[in-house]
Design a binder for this molecule. Structure first.
Ligand code: 7TS
Length: 414
């Protein structure tokens, strides 16, 4: 996720951009400059076509029809699960549970594994940089079982020292739940080392991979984690679909999350038995088309040179960091070594919301606010930041457009 300063010659960003129809549109009469992929990425035509094809020709409910169309839809839904398995190198396809997003996946783990296996006084280790999705479900669990949340601090540059984890993880730790990559700072956490510390203490580790999976190749077995979650919509796929990956034995030991159709083995009024995972965790009609769309996004990403794409993103980040630093009054937030292509900043005299609104008039889309990481904002001593995040389709010219728009914004706001 780091090294060279320039985009590899093998990476043709113009060709990639041509796959994303929305990038050709204008906003307020200006070419769209989309720098908010960390919130949600745009979709390639291949994903849009896959969704249209299913609804136009192949749509039916899954796992219940004896007829051709339902069998076709079931096969496509289950093929998407296999694509996810391959993408993250899970050992078994049954370890891949479809959810509506990363948020639901974390809530699922907290409500099932957490309620069954944690008791009063047990500790969960988090970090300051977590998204609310990886804080609030654990607070709900704390209310239910009386567990304790321990928070690992972040250094001023946004990095997190592994020694802090060594201090925080102890005999009472049952779970370490941390972001793979921070959505505000871009920091890549030393997750393999954290996993080793967690396991040495007899704890499990959950990785919130929302931002991690989009910038780097993820191999859940190599990472050594127990749970890995992510959302499809940040990975160039549709909204309404996410993934919980967990080791088979954990899924087997966990009680169901929701009850309903598809998650049962047999039902009587006296007693119901569960289907094996992943069906046990997929009650009701699942997000069929969204899962197939996620499969198409994975096919699309696999068709690219992902190593070259990651180098391109790093080159964009480095160019953005050095260009932003040349704008008077701008302070970068998050400069940890080896970070991912997400850059927060604040500008003297301008509130991030006002700044984002003015940038929008130049066609530049950035996120402003607390980024669902209010505890991190408190520690950083700011109420909000402006954030530019880069995807596989962004260009150096778009970084220039951001900088030009910032300079215009300074004329308007200051
Ligand atoms: N975890 C991280 C690290 C995230 O960045 C996000 C979304 C989530 C969890 C929640 O994902 P969801 O798909 O379930 O909502 N992050 C952002 C963001 O940075 N700007 O908008 C959403």
């Amino acid at each position: 996720m780091n090294k060279p300063l320039t985009t590899p010659s093998s990476y043709d960003v113009t060709k990639v951009r041509a796959d994303f129809p929305i990038l050709a549109r204008e906003v307020h009469g200006k070419p769209l400059v989309y720098l908010d992929s960390a919130a949600s990425a745009q979709k390639p035509q291949q994903v849009i076509d896959a969704i249209t094809r299913v609804y136009s020709h192949e749509y039916a409910n899954v796992h219940r029809g004896a007829y051709y169309l339902s069998e076709t839809a079931t096969a496509a839904y289950e093929a998407a699960r296999e694509k996810v398995r391959g993408f993250i190198n899970a050992a078994h396809v049954s370890e891949v549970v479809f959810t509506k997003g990363a948020t639901e996946a974390i809530n699922l783990v907290a409500a099932t594994w957490g309620r069954k296996f944690l008791k009063e006084g047990d500790e969960i280790v988090l970090t300051t940089v977590e998204h609310h999705s990886n804080i609030v479900p654990w607070q709900l669990l704390r209310e239910a079982v009386g567990c304790v949340l321990t928070v690992v601090p972040v250094a001023a540059d946004g990095s997190i020292d592994i020694a802090e984890f060594a201090k925080a993880i102890g005999p009472k730790t049952k779970l370490v739940a941390v972001a793979h990559v921070s959505n505000v700072l871009g920091t890549v956490l030393p997750v393999r080392d954290i996993a080793d510390l967690a396991h040495a203490a007899g704890a499990k580790i959950l990785l919130d991979g929302c931002q991690g999976i989009v910038h780097a190749h993820v191999d859940v077995q190599d990472l050594g984690c127990d749970f890995y979650v992510f959302s499809g919509h940040k990975l160039y796929g549709p909204t309404g679909i996410g993934v919980l990956w967990a080791r088979q034995e954990l899924l087997e030991a966990m009680p169901p999350y929701q009850g309903g159709g598809d998650m049962i083995d047999t039902v009587t009024f006296a007693k119901t038995t569960w289907a094996p995972p992943p069906a046990k965790f997929e009650a009701g009609t699942p997000p069929i088309v969204q899962a197939i769309g996620l499969g198409a996004a994975i096919d699309y990403l696999n068709s690219l040179d992902r190593v070259a794409a990651a180098k391109h993103e790093t080159a964009l980040l480095r160019y953005a960091m050095s260009s932003l630093q040349q704008v008077p009054g701008i302070r970068l937030i998050g400069t940890a070594p080896g970070k991912a292509a997400v850059q927060s900043f604040v500008m003297d005299g301008a509130h991030p919301h006002d700044l984002a609104t003015v940038l929008d008039r130049s066609g530049v889309c950035v996120r402003a606010g607390h980024h669902c990481a209010q505890p991190l904002m408190d520690v950083l001593g700011v109420t909000a930041t402006t954030r530019a995040s880069f995807g596989i389709y962004n260009t150096m010219a778009e970084v220039d457009a951001l900088i030009a728009a910032l300079r215009r914004a300074q004329e308007v706001l200051l």
